[in-house]
Design a protein around this ligand. Structure first.
Ligand SMILES: CC(C)(COP(=O)(O)OP(=O)(O)OC[C@H]1O[C@@H](n2cnc3c(N)ncnc32)[C@H](O)[C@@H]1OP(=O)(O)O)[C@@H](O)C(=O)NCCC(=O)NCCS
Length: 333
């Protein structure tokens, strides 16, 4: 059965539209991912109204016959050199209004926007074995990557924390850590280390890659701060001044107990010395000392990223769900 659905492009998202967006995402998350916390209303509002790094956003709201919002779609259009072919989809239909064509209607608007924007790759994520996975396959997306989601419960660690992992970095390296923007004296070294993430496994996703420099790392920290989140970084710096590895955690505003893992990378010349394990263990210790309200860390890894998964399992992370990343090769016309 299809229903009368009306699509409204949202060039600017009002507070009422952001609240409707949040309601739909919260209902969809409770339905599809029971036990996974939905983002806070403030976080959704910030995501919809503040610019993200290296991208701009298009948004649509679908309303039912009575004018009430039933579904939303967001399209992140990447703007950095190296990613100008790429767009990322977010699509949520309220569970009470599914299988009536709202998702398909929004998808048509999104694909048309990709053509207008000259995008050849549209990527989207959906939980494994979910309505989203069935819908994506029906819409012609191909599965390009599977992510394992893992959680570490900090309150289940022994009082001693991680007694089997050294609390000083391996010989030849020193520890550095900061909150928010990288200190000026480390900015170039940090940007060089960020480029090491470009060999992260991304399966068959046509994701492209971006080159990092000191300005971009500062802009990234600013984008996180502007949406009200806190960015923590722990790094290992070699005696020669090279940043050999780092790990980043974001504390989403209002998220309370759950921290979100961002990048962890060790630059190729410094791999094999246990630095990945060390930086992540140092971050766990830092969270326990500085943010005792944080009780869990969530991360995701490509399911074939054996080294990162091994590090996470050593730290005590446990897999709890999987997401598929899909790609649609957008037709040229
Ligand atoms: C995926 C989602 C957007 C689909 O929205 P929807 O409005 O129900 O989609 P449509 O009614 O347009 O469905 C179109 C087709 O997709 C397929 N489909 C959608 N949901 C499905 C399900 N639960 N099981 C199997 N196939 C499904 C069907 O082929 C359907 O056609 P049919 O109803 O004639 O059989 C919605 O379930 C949702 O919000 N899920 C959570 C968020 C998510 O995973 N987003 C994925 C982004 S790719």
């Amino acid at each position: 059965m299809s229903i009368a659905v009306h699509l409204i492009p949202l060039p600017d998202v009002s507070a009422a539209e952001a609240a409707a967006w949040h309601r739909i995402v919260a209902n969809a998350t409770a339905h599809d991912l029971p036990g996974v916390p939905a983002p806070d209303p403030e976080r959704i509002h910030a995501q919809l109204t503040r610019p993200a790094l290296g991208s701009r956003r298009l948004a649509w709201l679908a309303t039912g016959a009575d004018g009430a919002p039933v579904a939303v779609a967001g399209l992140r259009v990447f703007t950095s050199p190296g990613q100008e072919h790429l767009a990322e989809l977010e699509l949520h239909v309220d569970p009470a209004h599914r299988r009536r064509g709202a998702g398909s209607l929004l998808m048509s608007a999104v694909v048309a926007a990709c053509v207008t924007e000259g995008r050849r790759s549209l990527i989207a994520a959906a939980p494994a074995d979910s309505p989203g996975a069935a819908f994506a396959e029906r819409c012609g997306f191909r599965r390009a990557l599977t992510l394992d989601h893992l959680v570490l419960r900090l309150d289940e660690l022994p009082d001693a924390g991680l007694p089997l992992i050294a609390d000083t970095p391996p010989p030849g390296y020193r520890a550095a850590h900061w909150t928010g923007t990288v200190p000026d004296e480390l900015a170039d070294a940090f940007a060089a280390a960020k480029n090491a993430m470009n060999d992260m496994p991304v399966g068959d996703l046509d994701y492209g890659s971006v080159a990092w420099d000191a300005d971009r790392v500062r802009s990234m920290a600013k984008a996180v701060a502007d949406r009200g989140d806190t960015l923590l970084t722990v790094a290992a710096v070699h005696d020669d001044g090279t940043m050999a590895g780092y790990t980043e955690i974001v504390l989403p505003q209002g998220s309370g107990p759950r921290a979100q893992q961002y990048d962890t990378a060790v630059v190729p010349a410094h791999r094999g010395h246990g630095l990945g394990l060390w930086v992540k263990a140092a971050m766990v210790r830092r969270l326990r000392a500085e943010h005792p309200d944080v009780v869990e860390i969530e991360t995701d890894n490509a399911d074939d990223n054996v080294h990162m998964l091994a590090v996470n399992h050593r730290l005590g992370f446990r897999s709890y769900r999987r997401t598929h990343e899909y790609q649609l090769d957008v037709p040229a016309t």
